[in-house]
Ligand binder design. Structure first.
Ligand SMILES: C[S@@+](CC[C@H](N)C(=O)[O-])C[C@H]1O[C@@H](n2cnc3c(N)ncnc32)[C@H](O)[C@@H]1O
Length: 224
């Protein structure tokens, strides 16, 4: 009689079940599980697994060579992406020094073949200094700052390159009448709307908005 396996999934087949809300977490590969546990212990926000899965799927198709992440945290989303394109060059920016350190540690532990450069500092200061262009950008820093970062991103993204931005739904607030939104979120809502209008109405971008996780923008640079 064949020995019973403790799981019926092979490596790489977790994706389907990870998208199932009843199965998700248990089927994450061990490296992602470990980083997720660290994030929970340290109260570091991370992408929803649905978005991790989307990034993994999208990059598997698109196969970018150079990837920029703004707001890398301790590397949970970076790891989802690196699993899809382990040969790509990654540049990650985060304003929190401790998180940058942990992100590097997590990478050397879990994704050693990946080329990784981490910049610790505010994206506003680091982006103008970057010399390279990128095929793909994942934006996941402070939501109220997305609009001011967009012109920099447009400059350093290659033609036909893609930008994905997380949390554009702002937990449902983006569609609410501002009078119903608590005052402390007003600036965030106003600035996110400016960002979405800029992406949605510019001739330089072809944009799609999805209600996946907390809402994502997926935009391709087609001009500029
Ligand atoms: C939601 S967390 C990122 C989570 C990460 N993408 C993941 O899923 O593992 C947002 C991160 O953006 C960083 N951040 C916020 N504002 C920033 C800025 N202006 N420049 C660079 N990083 C910023 C924060 O330090 C924080 O770690």
């Amino acid at each position: 009689m064949r020995k019973k396996k403790d799981t019926f999934l092979k490596d790489g087949q977790f994706s389907f079940l990870a998208s199932n809300p009843f199965a998700g977490y248990n089927f994450l590969p061990p490296a992602l599980k470990k980083i997720k546990n660290q994030a929970e212990g340290w109260h570091v926000p991370i992408v929803h697994d649905q978005l991790g899965l989307f990034l993994n799927f999208f990059l598997s198709l698109f196969q970018p060579k150079r990837i920029l992440e703004i707001g890398g945290g301790i590397g949970y989303s970076t790891h989802w992406m690196a699993m899809a394109v382990p040969q790509a060059e990654f540049v990650v920016i985060d304003s929190n020094q401790d998180r940058c350190q942990k992100l590097k540690e997590n990478f050397s532990q879990f994704s050693s073949p990946v080329s990784l450069v981490v910049h610790s500092g505010r994206a506003q200061e680091i982006l103008p200094q970057l010399q390279q262009k990128f095929d793909f950008i994942f934006l996941d820093s402070t939501k109220k700052e997305y609009a001011e970062l967009l012109p920099f991103l447009e400059k350093i993204l290659v033609q036909k390159g893609w930008l994905v931005a997380d949390n554009i739904g702002f937990q449902g607030r983006i569609q609410m009448d501002l009078s119903l939104v608590p005052v402390r979120f007003h600036l965030g809502v106003k600035n996110l709307r400016i960002f979405l209008e800029a992406l949605g109405h510019s001739e330089n971008w072809k944009s799609y908005f999805f209600s996946l996780a907390d809402g994502i923008a997926v935009a391709q640079k087609i001009g500029g």
